[in-house]
Design a protein around this ligand. Structure first.
Ligand SMILES: *Cc1c(COP(=O)(O)O)cnc(C)c1O
Length: 463
């Protein structure tokens, strides 16, 4: 047996011989990367030969061409960058698909500045160092009515920073109905512990009243803040009660503590016109007397991944000076993309220019017309589909349990078609219902329609 193994191992190709394969030699890749892949494939073969011999099976060594093909396949897996995807899911902010698509204006701003330098932290008037991202902070203040603003890497970071800067070593009062998990293991009690603040729970899961907060403040005279967490990714119905935010704002002011609001979604405008009701605007939270409000850039605001803190100057400056602020700071590219996004708001063109808001506010007749046009174009190519009413969700942990009407093109083909669409180029992510594949006409971006139909035709083609 040892002999058989020895024999088989001796017939294995050498690394340099495989590296000489014409297809491997022609790859536009760093040689050490190709060598690493060759070594790993040879290692895998060695293991296979050992287990063949141990099991008494014939140990066969593949020819060099087969081995080179395995190395190529491994390298192809290594270089799979996130592929562009057409979102036909019916979920506007799909967390697994990168949440909000950037507007053309934001993408152009990023394009203009990303390969060179930009004045992100330099005042070009005076030539002196400026406040990093002063332009976005000023715009955020103008759009929300807040005194000051600070941008960090995401909303989770914003919450951690605000709690660390304003409540470390002191108590923070939170309703038991708001001790939630946001997703990705981000849990309010844990983030609180991480910040060094001490959690004081009040009320019950379904009902918390202003008196509950007031009694907790009586019992904890050194408390730093009340934290209110927006119920975005779940919904409570039935026997439920929470005091209005303004009532907590008044209580916090009277007792000299901060009112922190983790809003999650950052609606800079009233979304009611889209049919999505019940999402508070940032401006309304500011007006209710919050000391600091945290929200995401890539949820309903429709921008890049980032976390925004707006609020009273003192609280924002404490956060800005906290050592964590440097560790959590936002990158230059999202900062520029955020500026491009906010410009749409400042121009009064957010509902036209920002993809998420444009998709959410498209008139239902236009959405239906789109689905019908897809059906006609596919019919001309011999593919039969049916237009059906559907529902679209906001997604991304915002507006859970609420949906707005849409239309989808339903195609026969079930899970096999769904999988073929996912593996296409561009990939199309859709959903299935009752054995049909549904392509939602509200969540597909206007520029993606031709590519979508081409991808459907090739995914549906036999073979
Ligand atoms: C989504 C959300 C967060 C986390 O936001 P990220 O930008 O994903 O870090 C925090 N709090 C609330 C209430 C949220 O909805």
């Amino acid at each position: 047996m040892a002999d058989a193994l020895h024999h088989a191992l001796a017939r294995m190709p050498k690394v340099d011989r495989l590296l000489g394969d014409a297809r491997l030699a022609a790859l536009p890749l760093q040689r050490s990367i190709v060598r690493r892949a060759v070594q790993l494939e040879l290692e895998r073969l060695r293991e296979a030969l050992r287990s063949d011999v141990a099991a008494g099976r014939p140990a066969s060594v593949p020819d060099d061409a087969t081995m080179a093909a395995r190395v190529l396949a491994r390298l192809a897996r290594w270089s799979s960058a996130p592929q562009p995807v057409i979102n036909a899911t019916g979920v506007l902010l799909h967390t697994n698909l990168g949440r909000a698509p950037l507007s053309a204006r934001a993408a152009a701003a990023v394009n203009r500045t990303m390969s060179g330098s930009c004045a992100i932290e330099l005042d070009l008037e005076t030539g002196k160092r400026g406040r990093r991202g002063a332009f976005v902070e000023d715009a955020l203040c103008r759009l929300t009515g807040a005194e000051a603003a600070l941008v960090v890497n995401n909303c989770a970071a914003a919450v951690l920073l605000v709690l660390s800067a304003s409540a470390r070593g002191r108590e923070v009062i939170v309703s038991r109905g708001e001790l939630i998990e946001i997703g990705g293991g981000f849990r309010v009690p844990e983030i609180m512990a991480e910040s060094g603040a001490e959690l004081v729970e009040v009320g019950t899961t379904n009902k918390t009243r202003a008196e509950d907060y007031a009694r907790a403040l009586d019992a904890h005279p050194s408390a730093a803040a009340i934290l209110r967490v927006h119920q975005g990714n779940f919904r409570q119905i039935g026997f439920v009660e929470r005091p209005p935010l303004a009532e907590l704002g008044a209580l916090a002011r009277e007792r000299g503590v901060a009112l922190l609001k983790d809003l999650g979604g950052g609606a800079l405008l009233e979304l009611g016109a889209t049919g999505f009701r019940g999402e508070p605007t940032v401006e309304a939270c500011v007006a209710s007397g919050c000391t600091a409000i945290t929200f995401s850039g890539d949820k309903v605001m429709g921008g890049p991944q980032c976390g925004v803190i707006v609020g009273e100057r003192g609280a924002i400056e404490r956060a800005r000076r906290h050592p964590l602020a440097r560790a959590l700071r936002v990158g230059r590219l999202p900062m520029v993309a955020l500026e491009g996004t906010l410009e749409s708001y400042l121009r009064g063109a957010a509902f036209e220019e920002l993809p998420v808001l444009a998709q959410a506010s498209a008139p239902i007749a236009a959405v239906e017309a789109r689905a019908i046009a897809w059906r006609e174009r596919l019919a001309a190519l011999g593919l039969v589909g049916e237009v059906r009413p559907s529902e679209v969700e906001m997604g991304g942990g915002a507006l859970a349990g609420r949906s707005i009407p849409s239309f989808a093109l339903a195609l026969a083909g079930g899970d096999a078609l769904l999988a073929a669409l996912r593996r296409g180029d561009p990939a199309v992510v859709a959903r299935s219902a009752d054995g049909a594949v549904l392509l939602d006409a509200r969540t597909v971006l206007p520029g993606d329609e031709d590519a979508l139909l081409a991808a459907v035709v090739s995914a549906a083609a036999p073979g």
